[in-house]
Ligand binder design. Structure first.
Ligand code: S3P
Length: 173
């Protein structure tokens, strides 16, 4: 059965961009969980949070993790909070290799500030310390990945190459 490649990691670590490029390189289909949730609900993640709250978003996220976990041979970009829920991690791991993207807190801070308003969990006046605290809180959940790649100070191709190399090493173990 063709394993899925599942990109996990904090907001702003490059999951969607890297996921698309990785899929293109490997000739696999790319699926972005948040975009799928948006298409299904006819509204942005930000609007889902605003109108129906985080609980509703997490419930949509759980359904999507379950659905995508049953697919084969696709690259999936998760949302930064997807693997906080164990049920999602289990569903996505069933036929998937979890790859965590990391980045320096300073880079995450700069990246999320460039896209203000699209991430409902982050207040407009979010500080670097808030990012560091949230990263620490979530670190344990990201440790479920069997491959971790830091995206700071690297271009997209370098990150994609690193992932492909790590996958080759993993499969020869
Ligand atoms: C979230 C991250 C977002 C999105 C939602 C919640 C989180 O995805 O799923 O706003 O809990 O970290 P990105 O990681 O793509 O920003």
């Amino acid at each position: 059965m063709g394993k899925n490649l599942v990109l996990i990691g904090f907001m702003g670590t490059g999951k969607s961009t890297i996921g698309l490029r990785l899929a293109q390189r490997l000739g696999m289909e790319f699926v972005d969980m948040d975009r799928e949730i948006e298409a299904l609900n006819g509204m942005s993640v930000a609007d889902l949070f605003k109108h129906y709250g985080e609980v509703r978003f997490r419930s949509e996220e759980r359904l999507m993790a379950k659905k995508l976990g049953q697919r084969e041979h696709i690259v999936i970009a998760t949302g930064g909070g997807t693997v906080i829920t164990e049920e999602n991690t289990a569903a996505l791991s069933e036929n998937g290799i979890l790859i965590c993207l990391d980045a320096h807190p300073e880079d995450i801070f700069a990246r999320v500030n460039r896209k203000k308003g699209t991430r409902p969990l982050l207040k407009n006046d979010i500080s670097l310390n808030d990012i560091k605290r949230l990263l620490q809180e979530r670190e344990e959940c990201y440790q479920c990945a069997c491959i971790r790649v830091n995206t700071s100070d690297k271009d997209f191709d370098m990150v994609v190459n690193e992932i492909i190399q790590a996958l080759a090493i993993n499969s020869s173990d």
